[in-house]
Design a protein around this ligand. Sequence first.
Ligand code: ATP
Length: 223
Amino acid sequence: MTLLKAEGITKSFRTGDIDTLVLKGVNLVLEPGEMVALSGPSGSGKSTLLNILGLLMQPSDGALSFMDKPMSGLTDKQLSAIRNTHYGFVFQFHHLLPDFTAMENVAFPAAAPAGGISAEIRDRAKMLLGRVDLTDRIDFAAMRLSGGQKQRVAIARALMNKPELVLADEPTGSLDRENSARVMALLREINHEDRTSFLISTHDPEIAKCCDRQINVVDGRIA
Ligand SMILES: Nc1ncnc2c1ncn2[C@@H]1O[C@H](COP(=O)(O)OP(=O)(O)OP(=O)(O)O)[C@@H](O)[C@H]1O
């Protein structure tokens, strides 16, 4: 099985009367268990590409398949079901619910569709918080956590539904060196232990070096 395959992906945005072509025919393949860095200059189209690969945005043209299934022609509901069961997302700004505890934030992707936090969901959320070394912060409201701690909660949350693929957009962008290295070591460990695939958009060559390979986006194309 191929995890993710993109062929001839283009994306243009319309502002007023002007169409801007941001992605100009991107081809890429991700295999299960790979950890890949997505790098390239600011404005080259990395976030746009991640949004498309994450089924959050439709391409203007081209074909995308996930786990060997074509993604074209699916309804928003079907796409969101695939996202919820097979994808995890980690963003630069963690988007945690500030008043919810660390445990509730991690549980959320499973609790929302289930209509509440079952004992099983709670146990998994706690286990994941242990994995990101936050056992002592389980009942802290997210707003009382440090930046690095919030980002680790966001990683635990991304893993809640046992995703095949985690897409991370500048996951260490708001962290200092030490926390950044810690977050990367954690992602690598999860990748090795669970064979979860990661696609990580980053400007940081140190982070790209931690990955199996690097994909470079330059001016809307893979260089
Ligand atoms: N919704 C939108 N409408 C119009 N233009 C957009 C939209 N989203 C992105 N763009 C344009 O697409 C180009 C690529 O943006 P994108 O955010 O994908 O780049 P990036 O490589 O992730 O940049 P950075 O590294 O700075 O985050 C930019 O020129 C941006 O202005």
